[in-house]
Design a protein around this ligand. Structure first.
Ligand code: SAM
Length: 242
């Protein structure tokens, strides 16, 4: 398993993507969702956004994650929060969903860990015609030194570390039609304050003790992102299946 993902799984945080929960709320508020919409949150982690959408938008929300531990945390959250999302263990590269079932596919920091082209192909398969894909991913700026790029790839176990433009090309090559692509800087230290406005009351705190190796990986990631903050950003990609 990817050790970085293992470390963040053990932390059990609710929002493991750039921009955090406040960004998810803002982005999803602009997406048309009906009470009978089907939303698939792919790589849902501990399911915070999925539970939020189930509660606030009344849609049918399914969270999929390859990690049994993440899904257990998401199910515990769902129970505690009294929400009605459903969580399933499965692979984004071969999703257990039939063709053209979803109105919305949501991805928050997943493509970066996988062969993005293949995931997008699967997302396109499960989306209805006219369905929307919303994706938030960390991106490499043009000025990112190659050594730092290689270090980030190694520490986080990334196959590639793409720029916003490279992700946008992947979407277009996969046959999606652009609605909006937004570029942001990687959140600075004050972003933590914004997130404090949204306390995660239903977080499943890790019961297991984290190994020194995993702690070291988190530390290396933190140091690399601090040192290279001006070269890093994140993109919000909103596309339609035409
Ligand atoms: C950075 S976390 C983001 C979790 C969640 N979307 C969030 O923002 O809090 C990436 C998630 O993708 C999941 N993942 C990695 N590879 C996957 C795959 N092939 N299929 C499904 N989920 C996967 C990991 O287990 C992890 O929960």
């Amino acid at each position: 398993m990817n050790s970085y993902l293992e470390a963040i799984t053990s932390l059990g945080y609710g929002n493991l993507h750039p921009g955090g929960f406040s960004h998810s709320i803002k982005v999803m508020s602009g997406i048309p969702i009906a009470s009978n919409s089907i939303i698939l949150d792919i790589g849902c982690g501990t399911g915070r956004t999925a539970c939020y959408l189930s509660k606030t938008r009344g849609a049918y929300v399914f969270g999929l994650d390859i990690s049994q531990k993440m899904i257990e945390k998401a199910q515990a959250r769902n129970l505690r929060a009294g929400t009605e999302a459903q969580f399933i263990v499965g692979n984004a590269l071969d999703m257990p969903f039939r063709d053209e079932v979803a109105d919305i596919v949501l991805i928050e920091s997943l493509l970066i860990f996988l062969p993005a082209e293949e995931v997008l192909k699967e997302c396109r398969r499960v989306l209805k015609a006219g369905g929307i894909i919303v994706d938030i991913e960390m991106t490499a700026g043009r000025t990112l030194p190659d050594q730092a790029r290689q270090q980030i790839k190694r520490v986080c176990g990334l196959p590639e570390f793409l720029s916003l433009e490279e992700y946008a090309s992947l979407y277009e090559n996969a046959g999606f039609k652009k609605i909006r692509v937004e570029r942001r800087n990687l959140p600075g230290p004050l972003a933590g304050l914004k997130e404090m406005l949204h306390i995660d009351r239903h977080r499943a705190v890790a019961k297991e003790k984290m190994s020194p190796e995993l702690i070291n990986i988190l530390l290396q990631y933190r140091l690399l992102t601090i040192a290279n903050r001006q070269h890093l950003g994140f993109g919000t990609f909103i596309y339609k299946k035409s």
